[in-house]
Write a protein that binds this ligand. Sequence first.
Ligand SMILES: Nc1ncnc2c1ncn2[C@@H]1O[C@H](COP(=O)(O)OP(=O)(O)OP(=O)(O)O)[C@@H](O)[C@H]1O
Ligand SMILES: [Mg+2]
Length: 265
Amino acid sequence: MLEIEDLSVLYGRGGGTGPPAVDGFSLSVGKGEIVSLVGESGSGKTTVIRSVIGALPRSASISSGRILLNGQDVSGYSRSQWRRLRGTDLSMIFQDSGVMLNPIRTVGAQFVQYIRLHSDSTGSEAWDRAVSMLKHMRLSDPDNVMRSYPFELSGGMKQRVGISMAMTFNPDLLLADEPTSALDVTTQAQIVGQMMEMRERYGTTIVMVTHNIGVAAYMSDRMVVMKDGRIEEQGTREDILCRPRSGYTRELLEAVPEIGGARFA
Ligand SMILES: Nc1ncnc2c1ncn2[C@@H]1O[C@H](COP(=O)(O)OP(=O)(O)OP(=O)(O)O)[C@@H](O)[C@H]1O
Ligand SMILES: [Mg+2]
């Protein structure tokens, strides 16, 4: 359902002078698959998934390649074309949903607005839908969450609000950039569980960036190891964890002592 073909991305006006942030990246993801991108800081993971959702910063440009969503080439989409796709066909969970929320408006006001932007519903229908999404994310007392301002909620609660929003319209494709990094281990495990449940229930395709090899190992069908904007190695979870071919992948795995079994969660 997602095909990335030979994608290269440059930062800086006029194409910049340095090496590309992403260089010849190709990846094919099938429906219902969970794929993780791992690799050191600056290796281009965020740039790849931002390209897929049409949310690169203005200073960035795609210098080569194509991105196909369900066979449709979206690489040249305009802002309004992207707006129509986002929320319903694909959506994104950010590392810190807290910063996505407006601090001076209640969660409920923002959630209702989001739902009404993407669907034809009344304020009270949207409210009920939001409450049921929050309930589904196991937020106790969702009505109270709706009436709260972001600063009144914990990091884990805000992240669940962000994930609830991203999941509202059962997007075919969910992109997640470090969705659990800001959370404690218990909350991380819950969020991971909820993402996997979403795949079970709706066949959602998930492409996730994570620093946490434990999370990647637990969740993914396939893993892509990135280094300096290029794919160092990709394969099934078992390939990468048990039979890594690249020395860099081995280093990455060795840096995580707790890996090597079903230790996570
Ligand atoms: N807004 C930007 N302007 C200029 N260069 C950028 C910008 N964002 C990223 N880059 C460059 O692109 C490269 C890849 O960055 P990217 O954020 O995709 O890496 P990453 O793998 O997500 O790293 P991290 O794990 O730290 O989030 C980096 O070398 C960085 O210097
Ligand atoms: Mg990043």
